[in-house]
Design a binder for this molecule. Structure first.
Ligand code: ADP
Length: 257
């Protein structure tokens, strides 16, 4: 009857709408993947080109003067190391995102992890001539489910960015506290800051801000941080102004402990 037919038609319309959505999503995904692969290949090609150039010059006997050979070999070693780091970063990022990769979220005290992180940051910051201020007040009794290695990696990435995007004499502040249940961890720096137009994208894989091109990097660090924060059901956001520094804030909602 008519009512039955109308319902059938609606279902068919809905089905074809969904198929169209799926097609667009897949197309988007293929394009995104192609872009990512282009990005990776480009970044890996740079050190390879340098290594190739130096080895060819060496084979042609271009380095005969005193110390020339050592200098060339030093460059080759440095570029090989850079390449290795890049490849390791990629491998660990892929592993992190594999669904079958089981992360052990173990319920344990939070304070020791943050305190160790803050202490190491003061030492490392000193080596790079940054002032590192810390203000950690997490109750000893607070327990949260987390994976120690992953959280250390997330905090480590945020701190190494704070180092890389500041200069000698700048200040990095690490603070952690619990108010109204939620825990917030802030990593603030007085460095170059982030352009407003970059902010929405900095957590994307391979995205590099306009003011960061002078630094060696692959645009992977913050997407690792975001993935780790997501795995735990926590939040992260950034507040920044170009030239005025940046503050990255991780929030552990009170429902998560
Ligand atoms: P990378 O630093 O290798 O480019 P990230 O994923 O760690 O990759 O960061 C993405 C971008 O976010 C950077 O290119 C930079 O523009 C910006 N950014 C991250 N941390 C900071 C910071 N502390 N200060 C200024 N800009 C930052």
């Amino acid at each position: 009857d008519m009512e039955h037919n109308a319902r059938r038609n609606n279902e068919i319309i809905r089905l074809s709408e969904n198929l169209e959505k799926m097609r667009l999503a897949l197309k988007d995904d293929t394009e995104r993947r192609a872009k990512l692969i282009m990005g990776i290949s480009h970044d890996l090609r740079t050190p390879v080109a340098v290594i190739k150039g130096y080895t060819e010059a060496m084979a042609d006997g271009m380095y005969s003067g005193p110390g020339e050979m050592e200098k060339a070999l030093g460059t080759i070693a440095a570029k090989s190391e850079q390449l290795e780091t890049m490849i390791n970063t990629l491998i660990s990022f892929v592993k992190l995102n594999q669904a079958e990769w089981q992360h052990q979220l173990k319920r344990q005290p939070l304070a020791p992890l943050i305190e160790d992180f803050a202490r190491d940051a003061v030492t490392t910051g000193g080596l790079y001539k940054r002032t590192v201020e810390t203000d950690v007040s997490i109750p000893d009794s607070l327990e949260v489910p987390y994976d120690t290695q992953l959280v250390q990696r997330a905090l480590g990435n945020l701190f190494s960015n704070a180092l890389r995007y500041t200069s000698e004499g700048d200040t990095i502040s690490i603070s952690a506290r619990q108010d109204a249940g939620a825990v917030t961890i802030d990593i603030r720096d007085t460095g170059v800051g982030i352009d407003q137009k970059d902010i929405a994208q900095i957590f994307d894989m391979f995205y590099r801000g306009t003011s960061s091109r002078r630094e060696v990097g692959m645009g992977v660090g913050l997407s690792v941080v975001k993935t780790i924060v997501d795995i735990h059901g926590w939040d992260i956001h950034v507040q920044s102004q170009k030239g005025m520094g940046s503050t990255f804030t991780i929030t552990i909602p009170s429902g998560k402990h």
